[in-house]
Design a protein. Structure first.
Length: 217
């Protein structure tokens, strides 16, 4: 790529970033205006809820990415772990650099992991040490990458199916799901649980069909 092409590309990226920031700023103003009306809490509570929502956070980062890409706050802004300040890094290349510099930007979850496990650190709270490498290797031996698709997901779907059918049998309106009525006929219960389900359906005034599909969950 020539110098001219690189310059044109850089200008185009900056203009796109500026346009996204201005559009995001308009949406943040709309969030602020919307928080002035409503009955759920105070104006401040509604404003904080709007800005800290996933959509609100994305718009804030759009603005920061264009005008303040690396923002350092010299006070405790994040309260989930002990710290003396917060740095917000918003641009892709800068984020990659932070993730690659383990020595300067260490994992912060160690104390919380020790508290949860009752004195032993977990590898998610460790720095890049021999102990971390050992625990990650043991985890990869115990759980293979293919186990998620071949074991975990089918069991999760089966558990969800039993839950939906059980709540349908009791006629629970709180936990009723469209899945119990939308997916029919593609999966069969074992004989005994199915007969119980049919008895529950016949006696329950508000129960829905007990037939559902694993693939539809």
């Amino acid at each position: 790529m020539s110098v001219f092409e690189a310059a044109v590309t850089a200008v185009g990226v900056r203009l796109m970033m500026l346009g996204a920031a201005l559009a995001a700023l308009g949406r943040l103003i709309a969030i602020a205006i919307k928080s002035l009306s409503g009955h759920d809490g105070t104006v401040q509570q509604r404003l904080v809820a709007g800005l800290t929502s996933p959509v609100g956070q994305r718009r804030v980062f759009d603005v920061l990415r264009a005008f303040l890409p690396n923002l350092v706050i010299k006070r405790k802004f994040i309260t989930s772990y002990d710290n003396g300040g917060t740095a917000l890094v918003t641009r892709f290349d800068d984020v990659k650099e932070v993730l690659a510099r383990d020595g300067e930007f260490e994992v912060v979850y160690g104390p919380r992991m020790i508290e949860i496990t009752g004195g032993q650190n977990f590898f998610l709270g460790m720095q890049d040490t021999p102990e971390y490498t050992r625990d990650v290797s043991n985890m990869r031996i115990a759980v293979r990458r293919t186990d998620l698709a071949s074991i975990v997901q089918p069991l999760f779907k089966l558990a969800a199916l039993f839950f939906l059918c059980a709540t349908a049998a009791t006629g629970s309106r709180r936990w009723r799901s469209p899945t119990t009525t939308r997916c029919r006929g593609r999966w069969s219960w074992p004989r005994r649980p199915l007969s119980r389900a049919r008895r529950a359906r016949s006696t329950g005034p508000r129960s829905t069909s007990m037939r559902a599909a694993v693939g539809g969950i």
